[in-house]
Design a protein around this ligand. Sequence first.
Ligand code: SF4
Length: 359
Amino acid sequence: MLTLKEIENKILQAKRITTEEALYLYQKAPLSLLGSLAHQINVQKNKEIVFYNKNLHIEPTNLCVFHCKFCSYYAKTKDDSWEYSSEDILKQIENKINDITEVHVVGGVHPQWGLSRYVEIINGIRNKYPKLHIKAFSAVEIAFLAKRAKLSFFDTLTSLKEAGLDSIPGGGAEIFHSEVRKKICPEKVNTEEWLEIHKLAHSIGIASNATILYGHIENAEHIIDHLNKLRELQDKSKGFNCFIPLKFKSTNNEMSYIEEVSVVEDLKMMAISRIFLDNFKNIKAYWPMLGRETAAISLHFGVNDLDGTVNDSTKIYSRAGQKEKQEMTVEEITKMISGEGKEACERDSLYNAIGQSTI
Ligand code: SF4
């Protein structure tokens, strides 16, 4: 086993570290070392540029057939639920169309909606807004739709792509290790299915994101195992645009007895992701979940993307206790980035710089 210094040297020589080395580093290295290594790798890949995009979230429903224990989002009662029609969805987009380049559509797994309803949603958006990037439906929704329609994952993805789907978000990954997964979300898409859906999506030109839900009952081994599964798939398929560590929030769910982790753990998570995932170009701090302050600090811990303006259109984290307004203007987001000594750059949904590209 290498010493901490030897692992550090290996990383600085741009050599891939093993899972054992990553675990040792994550458990033993001080935050300052993790941050410094992550920052150096990030600057090598992305200079001092930080991406943001102009986006709108649509959450078509919070009704869900599943009951993940960490979830604050799904409707616990009928009075607490919503279901949007295609017209509602188009109206939400119409109100913001001049301020966005992407729509991000994700929600609960509705007990009655089948594939045709999901195709109708995508089709409606595509027909009215041919140039808008449609990032929609996590592997959780896609797996359920496929099973309900008795179709393969491949055919389901193909139907959605033909309707106008451009990319898929990274939700539903949570923690891949079965020891944790069976405790926090035993009903939903399993690890092999999640990875298979993303692999198939990449094979037909649908890019995707990847996530982890950290800061609850998982341990360091589970985190490194999760990152390793993603690194292995990315080696083969090369279709992940970015990796997004999502922090467990403890309000309004069945795991509320767990205290949220500190900012130190947030920054460790960002840094180890940047260090271990050497085949991911982009690591995102999703500010609506992390909060503006921690997201800003994370720009020094390997992060090069802050997601978007969001336009106060997501309820996922406000229902989980996040008090900050889920909207930033372009001025606010660019000021936040420049305030950290970085250069803000608007991107499209496939991570191409828009405008003043310097990457
Ligand atoms: S995390 Fe997603 S799949 Fe699980 S209960 Fe919440 S909305 Fe449903």
